[in-house]
Design a binder for this molecule. Structure first.
Ligand SMILES: NC(=O)c1ccc[n+]([C@@H]2O[C@H](COP(=O)([O-])OP(=O)(O)OC[C@H]3O[C@@H](n4cnc5c(N)ncnc54)[C@H](O)[C@@H]3O)[C@@H](O)[C@H]2O)c1
Ligand SMILES: [Zn+2]
Length: 354
């Protein structure tokens, strides 16, 4: 496969390019923006990424200025959004301005929400810098902020004009964030790209541009079929029912990607238990998770408490136990009405020391 790639995603009003290439922040993004007219360009980033990439990017764009928010999910809030509206006004932005989100999924969601709502919506470009944002958060048009009551409770659908995933930025990504992104790459392979799973097992997560591009293709195919999340997009939730329960019951001591890794093993074991898949599926998923340096087990959490957390999952409409399961890599299915004792048995088997 080509080591760099340009893909495109069909969104609400047309198609937008997704450029996956080392150096895209230095060439492709400035060229794209320079070919269009914007009254002002606001690059929204955080205080970790501003010195690494933000200042250089602003220097390459006409009429651009940098807005920096503090790093962390704790700042993906309406009060940060309010501050950003003020910064946009102070910087002279109007309806013909452009907002660029430069950062991980937190910045993409937050800046995208601001772009969707400032003056009823301004042009928006995604420049994801974390692996998770490149393969997941920057694609598909969902943007939003958290409320004290829960994550992503206020949001919008906002397609970007383009996505520029500069894989060179991944060199400074903390190793734990890299591994968490790999959990989503593995998820993408399990949903729709079995050769990607084989590649991760045989060669590890290199070359980076290739694994990012392949995971982007999976998400592209799914969101194009189901832009407003009614059906097939649910398969992107593979491993996530388990993961959300682990995150929640641990009081968010678990990182999302690590919880997804355990959740992928859980979904595979549940698939085997229900006779959907052969035992080799669970072995393959567990081997891949371990090969990527991710956890396959959890400790210190009660299976009954995890089940209770799952019951409150907003995707379990009417209280029916809904899981995305696998017949084999590349063949997901949504299964309703999974009995409690089967889920508990799988949760028991995922406990460390069992
Ligand atoms: N909109 C969607 O469809 C969607 C999908 C999945 C996740 N999300 C959201 O994405 C967020 C998680 O995204 P994330 O995992 O990228 O977290 P994040 O944005 O918090 O980034 C993780 C950490 O890595 C740092 N970082 C990012 N890129 C870096 C780089 N190149 N070099 C050095 N440090 C870097 C960040 O500053 C941060 O400290 C959550 O808020 C989640 O809700 C949204
Ligand atoms: Zn996820």
């Amino acid at each position: 496969m080509d080591s760099s790639a340009e893909l495109s995603i069909r969104g609400a009003d047309g198609t937008y390019p997704v450029v996956v290439r080392a150096g895209a922040l230095a060439d492709a993004l400035p060229a794209f923006v320079g070919a269009r007219r914007f009254s002002r360009i606001a690059v929204i980033t955080n205080d970790t990424l501003a010195p690494l990439y933000g200042e250089a990017l602003v220097g390459r764009l006409p009429d651009a200025f940098l807005i920096t928010v503090p790093d962390g999910e704790a700042h993906k809030t309406l009060s940060t959004a309010t501050a950003l509206y003020g910064d946009l006004l102070a910087g002279g932005c109007d309806r013909s301005s452009l907002v660029i989100a430069l950062g991980g999924g937190v910045i993409g969601d937050l800046a995208g929400f601001v772009a969707a709502t400032f003056m009823r919506g301004v042009a928006f470009v995604q420049a994801p810098t974390s692996l998770l944002a490149m393969v997941d958060a920057s694609l598909g048009g969902k943007v939003g902020v958290d409320l004290p009551q829960g994550k992503n409770l206020v949001g919008a659908f906002k397609d970007p004009l383009a996505v520029f995933a500069d894989t060179a930025t991944l060199r400074t990504l903390p190793p734990i964030e890299w591994r968490c992104g790999l959990a989503e790459v593995l998820k993408a392979g399990l949903i729709a790209d079995p050769p990607l799973v084989d590649h991760l097992l045989a060669c590890g997560p290199e070359p980076v541009e290739e694994i990012v591009t392949r995971a982007v293709r999976v998400k592209k195919a799914i969101v194009e079929q189901d832009r407003l999340e009614s059906g097939v997009r649910a398969t992107l939730n593979l491993g996530h029912t388990f993961a959300h329960a682990i995150e929640q019951v641990s009081g968010y001591a678990w990182k999302h990607g690590e919880a997804v890794a355990v959740g992928l093993v859980g979904a595979a074991r549940l698939s085997v238990r229900r006779g959907l898949a052969s035992p080799t599926l669970a072995e393959t998923v567990e081997r891949a998770v371990i090969a990527l340096g991710l956890p396959a087990r959890y400790a210190g959490l009660e299976p009954a408490a995890l089940w209770d957390a799952m019951r409150h999952d907003k995707k379990w409409q009417g209280g029916t136990a809904r899981f995305v399961l696998l017949r084999e890599p590349g063949a997901p299915c949504v299964v309703d009405g999974v009995p409690r004792d089967e889920v508990i048995a799988v949760l028991e088997s995922l406990r460390e020391g069992t």
